[in-house]
Write a protein that binds this ligand. Structure first.
Ligand code: KG4
Ligand code: ZN
Length: 400
């Protein structure tokens, strides 16, 4: 089975083409092509993601990225020109017009470059249908529906957070676009999903079963990184910027400024999180710094303490959940899972406290948003749907 996967939930436009073979639970994937076009630099000027700009960029990029992927996969040469009669063609064109009612730029490119082609090699179109930014999600969803319509294929809608979860299991070596076998997952799994919009601890007792045992009550971990970075004028996205400042603190051996931030809810009995108070604590700590303290040492010191605080809470709750639920597997996913301190600390703690459990971390290049994770999640836990039955769901939850 060959799958074309599309991800447009936020500020990355990504397309993947994979071939799947072997057993259902440990399939072998061959990655023909995987491309992630990041809009980060464009949004950085505005200090965060601007939904309408993201929508415009997704519209501009989807057709060329898909054609490029088909070419790289050697499928473009095997495309045929459509041989439908004029009446059917007209009907399809009208349906396309309805699908792309709100994406006129994409409609015109699609009609010109994709509509005339028939495809032999793709069996299903997987697409992120939520959660995410509604205008951004709709571009991908409508593109998938249109492809499915003109090529007469099913669509597999996929939850973005499931994608992040399954990305943890993609072995390191895949970024050279080779083949890999999906590992055997030992249940139960405790997954820590930490992105710009979500922070949740998920219990998976088997494939297809996801229980959110804890989540943030206010800001997501990534959002806290972004907001604190903005306070310190470090730009967007904040996660990598804060991590770099924290590293500076260590590398330059800046003397500690005795900044102490809270570890919100670290001792609460539940598995929920809260990061908005931490952000406010940073604001007050910055305000209360003695005037003579130089900004060049405040920023790295604050970044380090903030990163320590977030990581302390994430690691502590994940370990406690893993122990309580007897997790044989601990998986981490989402943009924040690229954070080196988080990866290092979790590796140490799992080794120390749960030596018989296995920790899966995504390759850093697959921690952020990408279509490969959507393709893989679609294979392991997707359902084929008729294209007219799906839509974007900005608040889609993992557990429904
Ligand atoms: O999963 P993702 O790429 O997009 C969403 O689904 O939201 O996550 C993006 C988030 C941003 O908030 C970004 O600041 C954060 O991940 N992030 C990091 C790091 N790299 C990205 N946070 C901490 N440390 C990092 N190295
Ligand atoms: Zn994401």
């Amino acid at each position: 089975m060959k799958i074309l996967a599309i991800e447009t939930s936020c500020d990355e436009t990504s397309v993947a083409i994979v071939e799947v073979s072997g057993s259902r639970r440990q399939p072998t994937f061959h990655v023909y092509e995987h491309v992630v076009a990041s809009q980060v630099q464009m949004h950085a000027k505005f200090g965060g993601v601007v939904p309408n700009l993201a929508k415009r960029e997704h519209q501009r990029l989807l057709v060329p990225l898909t054609l490029r992927a088909l070419k790289k996969a050697g499928m473009y040469e095997r495309l045929k020109l459509k041989t439908q009669n004029a009446k059917v063609q007209l009907k399809t064109q009208n349906l396309l017009q309805t699908i792309f009612e709100r994406e006129p730029e994409l409609l015109s490119e699609f009609k010109k470059k994709i509509f005339p082609l028939d495809i032999l090699d793709i069996d299903a179109i997987a697409v992120t249908n939520g959660p995410g930014l509604a205008p951004a999600l709709w571009v991908g969803v409508n593109f998938a529906r249109a492809l499915a319509l003109v090529w007469n294929k099913p669509v597999i809608p996929m939850n973005h957070m499931k994608g992040h979860l399954y990305a943890a299991f993609i072995p390191e070596a895949v970024h050279n676009l080779a083949s890999f076998q999906f590992p055997r997952i030992q249940f139960p799994v405790i997954a820590l999903l930490v992105s710009g919009g979500h922070t949740e601890l998920v219990l998976m007792k088997k494939f297809g079963s996801y229980a959110i045992i804890g989540e943030t009550l206010d800001d997501a971990a990534g959002e806290a990184f972004d907001k604190v970075a903005r306070m310190m004028k470090l730009g967007y996205p904040g996660g990598p910027a804060i991590a770099a400042e924290a590293r500076k603190f260590q590398d330059l051996k800046i003397k500690s400024l005795n900044i102490k931030l809270p570890r919100p809810m670290i001792n609460s009995k539940d598995y929920n999180f809260s990061f908005s108070g931490l952000k406010t604590a940073v604001l007050y700590a910055l305000r209360d710094m003695p005037k003579r303290t130089r900004m060049t040492s405040i920023v790295p010191a604050m970044a380090k303490e903030f990163q320590d605080a977030v990581v302390d809470v994430l690691v502590s709750k994940t370990m406690r959940a893993a122990k309580e639920y007897g997790a044989k597997t601990i998986a981490v996913g989402g943009g924040v899972s690229a954070n080196h301190l988080l990866r290092e600390r979790l590796s140490q703690e799992v080794k120390k406290q749960l030596p018989n459990s296995k920790l899966f971390l995504p390759h850093v290049s697959l921690a952020g948003d990408n279509a490969l994770m959507i393709a893989i999640a679609a294979v392991l836990d997707g359902k084929k749907k008729a294209p007219n039955t799906i839509g974007a769901e900005a608040n889609l939850r993992l557990d429904n």
